[in-house]
Design a protein around this ligand. Structure first.
Ligand SMILES: [Zn+2]
Length: 168
């Protein structure tokens, strides 16, 4: 490959743009202002997809209605992320897939453990653990308008079996 001897200048482009998110996403973000989380209902198989989708990914048919699902749900997958360069005392970031009550699918969002529960993370952040959506009092139309917080259940000492379901 031949290399050029012409001078080059490093630069970057910053693009600000707006795009239409579609009627279901628009309804989803608008409902967050009312502290509601919406899903779309498939008339064929009755799946409730959260966040709502315009089609059912199982039946490949258009969905035609929205429904509010519960603001509580169960942790299905958890990732605790920390960086090597974390400042002293900086908490790791936790992201989880949560299946909200009444939903067929799960959605990912941040999980915040209240400072009052520091040290209890291993008990609270477990597959099958219950969480509650908490909402930003000043929503901006983004997924980060809400997050999940563990529901304190320190009496429970459930452990996890290989199937991922809590074991009594
Ligand atoms: Zn379906």
């Amino acid at each position: 490959m031949e290399t050029s001897t012409d001078p080059v200048v490093a630069t970057e482009w910053r693009l600000t743009y707006q795009h239409h998110v579609g009627k279901y996403a628009a309804a989803f973000f608008a409902a967050l202002r009312d502290q509601q989380i919406l899903g779309s209902v498939c008339a064929s198989c009755a799946r409730v997809n959260v966040p709502p989708k315009g089609f059912c990914e199982i039946c490949f048919v258009a969905t035609d209605s929205l429904v509010a699902v519960g603001n509580q749900g169960r942790l299905e997958a958890i990732a605790v992320l920390s960086t090597r360069d974390a400042a002293p005392g900086e908490k790791p970031t936790t992201v989880a897939f949560v299946r909200l009550d009444g939903a067929t699918s799960s959605l990912a969002n941040f999980v915040r453990v209240p400072d009052s529960a520091a040290g209890s993370e291993p008990k609270m952040l477990r597959i099958g653990g219950r969480v509650q959506a908490a909402f930003d009092p000043q929503p901006s139309g983004r997924m980060t308008d809400f997050w999940f917080e563990p529901i304190l259940d320190l009496e429970s000492s459930q452990t996890i079996n290989n199937g991922g379901e809590p074991r009594e």
